[in-house]
Design a protein around this ligand. Sequence first.
Ligand code: PEP
Length: 255
Amino acid sequence: MRSKLIAGNWKMNGSRAQNEDLLNALKTATLTSQTNLAIFPPAPYLMQCQSILSGSKIQYGAQDISAQQNGAYTGEWSGAMLADCGCQMVIVGHSERRTYHNESSSYVAEKTATALANGLRPIVCVGESAQQRQDNQTKATIEAQLLPVLTRCPKDAWSKIIVAYEPIWAIGSGVAANPEDAEDVHQFIRDLITNKVNQAQETLILYGGSVKANNAQTFFAMPNIDGALVGGASLQAHDFLMIAQAAARAQESTN
Ligand code: PEP
């Protein structure tokens, strides 16, 4: 039985004062079921998360990781450093990194392996552009993005690896995917992992792209949607917690 995960990607937003309010509001909220929360602040604030979230069940991680172990890589941070800062997870291959930093799928696979080697759970983001969707290339795109990860990472790592299906056209646009279409892609991802490594039953597959309090429930009702990677709505405690509560309700109805 997979527990739902609601992950908040703060992107390049926040300040120490704003974060303090947001983290304290999340920390004091009570969630009734096995729904897990994780947040991904900008790296300079990871230690603030460690201090405020200490003693809480909310996990946190970085929005990126270096593929290198250590050394002369200005501007990067290693998996060991993230673990040292108390991170349990890390996002890899977000479409904004693939687009603005030209990260290839094989480079994302290296980062995924580095995260695992440092005891971090990677959230591997995949998803098609509007053009690829229009050209009926959604599944081919996702397969091409995931194959290097499947080849590079140990077969038994798929209970730790989390996949986030994030159609690029849905990110930050206010236009979420249709939940049935998203479920179809999630099923495709689970089948792909099963066919390659026979280990997908425990793999969490999150949906991301304009998830809000008012549409979250429709995604969580789908059998292969194990939670959400949330951008904009994760910056407001009330909205993020409403999404978490929708996940908790969906979890309870399947228990
Ligand atoms: C994201 O950037 O991962 C994301 C899903 O953003 P939003 O929820 O704002 O669409």
